[in-house]
Design a binder for this molecule. Structure first.
Ligand SMILES: Nc1nc2c(c(=O)[nH]1)N[C@H]1C(S)=C(S)[C@@H](COP(=O)(O)O)O[C@H]1N2
Ligand SMILES: [Mo]
Length: 368
């Protein structure tokens, strides 16, 4: 009985396959992998003055490598794959470029996922433009190409790769002002945000950026999470999302419109051109605390140096209500940053006059 049912299923399946194949207008040409779709291509921008289109056919014609690679997701889940495809570097060579000379690339998928691959990764790893995985053509959500970067986390292994943007590599600006993320967030309108089963509080990134009142925001922001994870993201993408500041993984960048893989968990540091944002709460986790009189908090000196704000004789500290205090370089080490009983992030200087204490501590900047 069971056998006959399966036989019947097989016959029906074959019939469907035959009919579907017969319905196709153009017969597959030789050399076209079964299941491959005609006209599949990727676009490369930033290499020449105009975009370059590279067909999957063309990629299959290049020398290819086949390697066993393990992908590791952000949650630690591991998957083994045997991937086949040309190296990005071999493709670049056709245009007189080399992967290790690039200042970064952005891989863009058709499903809204995208990720920047930094120069350090480009210099030390192979990037395979996989057209075949485990001996099979790619499935619907993975084609036309999956980028595979063996030894690097799966966030770079982008499925449904449709575009490679060669980036210019923005010159690294020196940080001149450091904001405390919690105080900045307290100045924005909090909204309820339901994430999985819990409803937490979130603010719009766009509103936060507005509070920075900078007339020259960069194109990209660099993040460091409290577990050491690093990632760059485009401001255009960030502007569409939220920072969830309560509950699981906070401070968490997320957006209802973005694939989950683009969320950034436990943000410790965010650098935006000549500005840096630091989470006091994550700084406590990363740097630990010290005591000054009856207060316990993170060393201001350490925050300033982690954010890259150095080399000045005088600093200006600003509170959310506009209160300011000037502090000499040598006194910075006396400062600790803590959350007071009212929940305000506060900076306190051991041994300095009481009016140097700044409640709702918003920022510290270099004074010229
Ligand atoms: N197109 C596309 N590619 C993607 C993603 C995505 O959402 N869309 N997620 C990335 C992330 S964050 C991870 S961890 C891996 C998951 O890959 P796996 O299914 O092979 O484990 O795919 C990466 N590639
Ligand atoms: Mo991921």
């Amino acid at each position: 009985m069971n056998k006959r049912v399966r036989m019947l299923q097989f016959v029906v399946l074959m019939l469907i396959l035959t009919l579907t194949a017969a319905g196709c207008s153009t017969p597959a040409e030789s050399g076209n992998t079964a299941g491959g779709q005609e006209g599949e291509k990727i676009v490369i921008s930033g290499l020449k003055s105009t975009d370059i289109e590279v067909s999957v056919e063309e990629l299959k014609g290049l020398d290819s490598v086949t390697v066993d690679a393990t992908s590791v997701s952000s949650s630690g889940e591991e998957n083994q794959y045997t991937v086949t495809g040309p190296l990005l570097d071999d493709l670049l060579k056709k245009y007189g470029k080399s992967q290790c000379d690039l200042n970064g690339i952005r891989l863009v998928a058709g499903d809204g996922y995208s990720i920047e691959v930094p120069p350090e990764v480009l210099q030390s790893r192979d990037l395979i433009l996989a057209h075949t995985i485990d001996g099979q053509p790619l499935d619907e959500k993975t084609r036309p190409i999956r980028a595979v970067v063996p030894e690097e986390r799966a966030m770079y292994w982008i499925r449904n790769l449709v575009r490679i943007e060669v980036l210019e590599g923005a010159p690294q600006a020196e940080v001149g002002r450091v904001y405390i993320l919690e105080t900045l967030i307290s100045q924005a309108a909090a909204e309820d945000y339901t994430y999985y089963e819990s409803t937490d509080k979130a603010v719009k990134v766009d509103e936060l950026l507005g509070l920075l009142n900078s007339d020259s925001l960069p194109d990209t922001a660099s993040f460091v999470a409290s577990d050491g994870f690093e990632k760059n993201e485009q401001l255009d993408i960030l502007s569409e999302g939220y920072i969830k500041f309560t509950g699981e993984d906070a401070p968490l960048f997320l957006s209802p419109d973005l694939p989950k893989g683009m969320h950034i968990k436990s943000i410790y540091l965010c650098t935006l051109g000549d500005m840096a944002l630091v989470s006091q709460e994550k700084a406590v986790e990363v740097l630990g605390t010290k005591k000054a009189e009856d207060k316990e908090g993170v060393s201001l000196e350490e925050i300033v140096s982690q954010a890259g704000l150095t080399g000045t004789d005088m600093y200006l500290l600003t509170a959310a209500d506009g209160y300011t205090v000037e502090i000499m370089k040598d006194d910075i080490e006396k400062g600790i940053v803590f959350r007071n009983s009212k929940g305000q992030i506060t900076v306190f200087f051991e041994g300095l006059p009481k009016n140097t204490q700044v409640k709702d501590f918003l920022s510290i900047e270099r004074m010229e």
